[in-house]
Structures are given as C-alpha cells and as structure tokens.
Design a protein around this ligand. Structure first.
Ligand SMILES: [Fe+2]
Length: 232
C-alpha cells in the first residue's frame, strides 16, 4: 500500500490569503502535525457506477420540475490524473454551481437574482477506464459575494475529486477561459502564478454537440508538481 504523495507547495494557495477575507478567520493558527495514514484511508473508498442515478451527470435534467432550465448548455469533460499523468479510473467526481443567473439553490444565498425551479445545480459521476469524466450543465452566472467593494465571482464550477483514496481528495473550482473577472478574483488569484492557470478550462470544439451544446475540457491532476490547485 503506497502512502499518498504530500501536496506540492508550489501548486496551492497559502491557507491564509489576506485578500480573501474569510481565509483570515478560518485558517489554522497552529502548525500542522503529521498523522499516520490508516489502511482505511489508503484503500478507499471504492466506487461502483451502480451507485449513481441515471441523471446524476446531467444537470440540465436532474432538477426539472416544470420544464427545461434556462441558460447556455455546456458539456464539461476531461480526465482525472495522477502526478505521473496516469489516468485514475472509477473515482468519484462531484460538482456544484450557481444557475445561469448566478444564484445557488442554497438558502444562505440571498443574491437578488432568480432561482430556476428546474435547476438543482449539483451532480456527480465516476471516471471511466481512461480516467474521463463528462457532464452536461448550464454555464453558471457571475455573482456578487461581498468580499470587497463590487466583488463578483467569475463563472465557476465547484469540484470534489476523490482520487485513489480519501487522503487524495481535492476540492477546487473550474473557471472559463477569457473571463474578464478572473483578474479581480482573490480566490482565483490565490495559487502561485503558474499553477492558477491550471484552474481554467479550455473551449473544445471537438467536444461540442452539433446543434445542442458547447463544450469545455479540463483535466484535473491530484498530486505532484502539475497538481490542480485546491480551494484557498
Ligand atoms: Fe461558488
């Protein structure tokens, strides 16, 4: 049983990133300690596609009540990779996001933008034998978040990826190439220069569906010097 590789320090934001206000309050005030890894942590969880619902990877359908949700349909796809570029099959990828107007279904979200009765904004899938994931969704809207004057989050999709075992779980956010809000966003700006570019998905004409949806491609690397940065 192989212990997981420690996180690459040059790939991730520091735990306290002053421009991101809440990181100042919730970050640990003491140095971390090493805790021995247990067998349970290093061998699981194991996933089986039979645990998934038929619509779990289709956010355009899994929350419908009265009709279709509103917004620009997107396919988001890519691979989950180990540090050496080896694909990670059969691992759980979970996603959550705002609707096309920039509003979450979460009761704590009081942004004055409309909820969409037909959009849940959450889904999940398991990577295939090539480490590929793929889901259908709507392009999320930007939303204000009060971190500083006139602060707006760029469009983003939240991801949780488990990887080979629970100790490699990565929680992060995917952004869209060309978004003008990226340069003003302290969460996106948290990781070191080179690493933060790994958070941006590329438009992919090859993955679009004729007459139905545009597509973005985003690979997720869970460890090593090319690691996808975690949330701050
Ligand atoms: Fe968000």
């Amino acid at each position: 049983m192989k212990p997981f590789t420690p996180k690459d320090k040059d790939s991730h934001p520091t735990l306290i990133h002053p421009p991101y206000k809440s990181s100042n309050l919730r970050s640990p005030s003491k140095n971390s300690i090493i805790v021995p890894q247990t067998i349970t942590e290093l061998t699981g969880p194991q996933f089986d596609a039979s645990a998934l619902g038929e619509l779990d990877n289709d956010l355009t359908r899994n929350g419908r009540k009265t009709g279709e949700p509103l917004g620009e349909r997107l396919i988001v796809t890519g691979r989950v990779l180990e540090e050496n570029g080896k694909p990670i099959p059969n691992t759980m990828v979970e996603v959550w996001q705002a609707n096309a107007a920039g509003r979450y279904i979460d009761l704590d979200d009081q942004h004055e933008a409309p909820l969409d009765p037909n959009f849940l904004g959450a889904g999940r899938m398991i990577t295939d034998k090539n480490g590929e994931y793929r889901f259908l969704t709507l392009r999320p809207g930007a939303y204000p978040w009060g971190n500083h004057y006139n602060a707006w989050r760029p469009s983003h999709i939240h991801f949780s990826v488990i990887g080979p075992n629970m100790m490699t779980r990565l929680v992060t956010q995917m952004y869209f190439d060309g978004d003008p809000l990226l340069k003003y966003d302290p969460i996106y700006q948290g990781p070191p220069d080179e690493a933060r570019k790994r958070l941006v998905a590329d438009f992919s004409l090859d993955d679009t569906e004729e007459g139905y949806a545009l597509a973005y491609r985003w690979d997720i690397v869970i460890r090593g010097h090319k690691a996808t940065p975690a949330d701050a």
